[in-house]
Design a protein around this ligand. Sequence first.
Ligand code: CU
Length: 203
Amino acid sequence: MRKIRQNAVWIGATLVALILVGAVLFGSNYLRDDRALPKVAEIGGPFSLVDHHGKSVTDRDYLGKPTLVFFGFTHCPNVCPTTLFEITNQLKELGPDADRLNVLFITVDPERDTPQQLALYLSSFDPRITGLTGGPENILAAEKAYHVYAKKVPLEDGGYTMDHTATIAVMNSKGQYVDAMHYQAPSTAMRAKLHRLLNLKDS
Ligand SMILES: [Cu+2]
């Protein structure tokens, strides 16, 4: 009788130990996967917009080359000009290799950012950056596809500004999400990512 009880204790203890080990292994794997693959398959998707030349375009027009996708607006006081300036420097440094890349600046403020306004604004940056705008529903759909947050914030003078996600999504030539860049990251980090994207050797 005592032996049976002892065995039962051992079996119970072994089971608890197995469950604990399992939980730890599952937990660490889960965390690792979560960090390595931030909803990869979910970011990106179809869009139907108008470029800064007034031409209707869709996501399919940008397949065949890797694409940087950045959402912003031309009245942005800081984040957007800083990001576009950084991208411009990177493209300049890449030289002709930058032609193997699409760079899309999609407005979160279609009310003010007409194709003409985008063209005017982008004339201060690298000409290989394409501005995209469209109807409010089309812009909303693009924001949703890229998991971008954007919200109108009223200003005291009666105008408004936009709160928005400032991450640059890096898509491969098949339109699949591969990486993200942030405008506050050091230039060398962005340079390394672009080189990897274009299969260039780091010098
Ligand atoms: Cu901005």
